[in-house]
Design a protein around this ligand. Structure first.
Ligand code: SF4
Length: 314
């Protein structure tokens, strides 16, 4: 993929020259406003009982999760990826303590914090700004779609306006943002998905993650899938749509993910998505067939820096 998309692997090589850097998925013991009753108890329809976090190490202390990965990979440095649940959903002192539990290790060279747009109050933004001044920091912000009907279908319980507001506040503080998007939301047309990419291009995040809409054990989507109510994309459709979107994505934006990456034991459907390598090969093959590459059809900007410090265009 590297030559046709601006991949995260290529970004890491440039950002940490001469070092092997990987992400450690961390379950830091947070909950989520969409599951703890702050906004709702049932969560987003696609969310599994581990809230996207690691399964094998769920419930371990942060220190133990980090130390296990460091022991297994001598010579590798790591970005601690606070992945499970909503990793800014706690008072500032508690956030600081948990982030520091990972950052305290010299081989942890950065922090990625997954959160929701409505979970970034001013004290948390100030803490993240402070951390961005002393380590590599990226905030992974769930958007999924700019369309309100899709956000409602996904049961996100935030609006696109809330996302834009959080994004602007993060960028104003010089904090890099990676935007999560879902491909294959029922009812979304090709035009709807292209509109989401155009909006992302205008915002100029540091990165995006593309997620195929898929079914995980214990999610609301499992029940809908079992009732036969859930249309899912075939591999050829996903690859075709994804290439269409990649060709319209600003080439300065780093692509962090293109294929499903979840434990097989949690995964239900579509079955083809479990073969991540085959999906990536198919995307590369389709881009090659089209003579395509990231940004070929983007009206926006020229290639920007890998970590874009420009102000968003609103
Ligand atoms: S997907 Fe994220 S925001 Fe939605 S319920 Fe799960 S942890 Fe919360």
């Amino acid at each position: 993929m590297d030559e046709r998309t601006h991949s995260f692997a290529a970004f890491l090589k440039k950002r940490f020259p001469g070092r092997r850097v990987r992400k450690i998925p961390i379950d830091a013991g947070f909950t989520c406003p969409n599951r703890d009753g702050t906004l709702g108890y049932d969560g987003c329809v696609f969310c599994d009982p581990y809230a996207a976090g690691p399964v094998a190490t769920a419930g371990w202390t942060i220190e133990r999760q980090v130390e296990m990965r460091l022991r297994r990979s001598p010579g590798t440095s790591f970005i601690a990826y606070f992945q499970a649940n909503c990793n800014t959903h706690a008072p500032q002192d508690e956030l600081r303590r948990r982030y520091q539990a990972a950052l305290g290790h010299p081989r942890v060279v950065g922090l990625a914090v997954a959160t929701r747009p409505d979970a970034l109050p001013a004290p948390t933004l100030a803490l993240l700004q402070e951390l961005a001044g002393r380590t590599w920091l990226s905030v992974e912000l769930g958007l999924q779609s700019i369309h309100e009907r899709s956000l409602a279908w996904l049961r996100r319980r935030h609006t696109y306006a809330q996302f834009v507001s959080a994004f602007v506040e993060l960028r104003r503080r010089g904090i890099d943002v990676v935007v999560h998007l879902i491909v294959g939301i029922p009812g979304e047309t090709r035009g709807d998905m292209r509109a989401t990419i155009a909006a992302v291009n205008a915002l100029r995040p540091a990165g995006v993650k593309f997620h195929l809409l898929h079914v995980l054990r214990g999610s609301e989507l499992q029940a809908r899938h079992e009732r036969g109510e859930l249309p899912l994309l075939q591999r050829e459709e996903y690859v075709d749509i994804l290439c269409d979107l990649l060709e319209r994505l600003d080439p300065g934006i780093v692509v962090h993910r293109l294929a499903v990456d979840r434990e097989a034991g949690l995964f239900i459907a579509p079955a083809w998505a479990l073969d991540k390598a085959a999906v990536l090969r198919a995307v590369t093959g389709e881009l090659r067939r089209r003579g395509g590459f990231q940004g070929r059809l983007a009206r926006a900007s020229a290639p920007g820096p890998a970590v874009d410090k420009r102000a968003p265009m609103l």
